[in-house]
Design a protein around this ligand. Structure first.
Ligand SMILES: [Zn+2]
Length: 129
């Protein structure tokens, strides 16, 4: 198992996905896609409009609405990425950076299977947030 230890690289270069990892991430993507699509179909999120909380002031109601909208637009962005990623799975290009073609790597894809860019390409925009 470990006789390829010398190939391990602690640098920026990620390892390509194994068949098992690819299949696992594909399943994760399908689950993510379906749950996001389900969430997008519900008009309001019940847990964010808690009826037991009593009356909200107009400011609080506005704040809640804004938060719900922001959350929704993030979900929409994630969903469209997931759709692209699922197409890449079909084309067997999933796991490769859309910008430079390098492997994104399993550790980066596992928490966010919809990731389309490697860390080097994504970093400048991720830092801006
Ligand atoms: Zn890249």
């Amino acid at each position: 198992m470990t006789d390829e230890w010398w190939l391990e690289d602690d640098g920026d270069v990620a390892d390509p996905l194994t068949v098992d990892e690819f299949q696992e991430l594909h399943l994760d993507l399908i689950v993510l896609h379906d749950s996001l699509e389900g969430l997008m179909r519900t008009p309001t999120e019940p847990d964010e409009l808690d009826p037991s909380d009593g009356q909200l002031s107009p400011e609080e109601a506005m704040q809640q609405k804004k938060m719900a909208q922001a959350k929704r637009s993030r979900m929409r962005a994630r969903l469209s990425k997931a759709v692209v990623a699922l197409k890449l799975v079909v084309d067997e290009e999933y796991g490769e950076c859309r910008r430079c073609g390098e492997d994104i790597g399993y550790p980066r894809l596992k928490p966010k299977p919809e990731t389309l860019l490697c860390i080097a390409c994504a970093e400048p925009t991720e830092k801006k947030r």
